[in-house]
Design a protein around this ligand. Structure first.
Ligand code: ZN
Length: 176
């Protein structure tokens, strides 16, 4: 199996070299792409169910004003998060990150707290996120639409800015 795939890659490289002609030299051999990740296949919204729109405020007290959302499986949900605080984003940014059921939220925030470049969502945990907004500074808002998961249950949403979840910046999406 391994031998065959190496041979195939070699053949591919050879072909690209032959067909490259006037193009820039082929720098890299084709790399294996990760195979399809089942966790990344999200439910599609059921057009037969009316869309659910939710507006949520986040504030300098590190709280969401909506801490419970109910939806039907595959219902389209549109969440608008607004940061109504005044403290600069660097020290008081807010986002809303909806997590898969199999994720332990404290673990998620712990792993993500150093991922400043990706707005405190650790790249290796991205497939555990059902939907998320941008990280917002004061006065900013962001809207995100997604389908509620197919599987009924309680899904936690959090603000992943360091320290906020621990203070209670979280809520629950109940799918039933
Ligand atoms: Zn926050």
């Amino acid at each position: 199996m391994k031998i065959i795939s190496i041979a195939a890659v070699a053949a591919l490289v050879a072909t690209s070299l032959f067909t490259a002609c006037n193009k820039a030299p082929v720098s890299d051999a084709p790399t294996d792409k990760p195979s399809g990740n089942a966790a990344l296949v999200r439910a599609e919204a059921d057009p037969g169910i009316p869309e659910k729109k939710v507006e949520i405020s986040a504030n300098d007290q590190m709280k969401f004003d909506v801490v419970a959302i109910e939806a039907k499986p595959r219902q389209k949900i549109t969440v608008t998060l607004k940061n109504i605080g005044t403290i600069p984003k660097m020290s008081m940014g807010h986002n809303l990150v909806l997590l898969e059921k199999d994720v332990d939220p404290p673990k998620f925030v712990e792993t993500s707290q150093t991922s400043m470049a990706t707005e405190y969502i650790a790249p290796e945990l991205k497939n555990k996120v059902i939907a998320h907004t941008k990280l917002l500074g004061p006065g900013e808002s962001d809207t995100v639409s997604f389908a509620a998961p197919k599987e009924p249950g309680a899904y936690t949403y959090i603000c992943s800015f360091p320290g906020h979840f621990a203070i209670g910046m979280k809520g629950v999406l109940t799918v039933q």
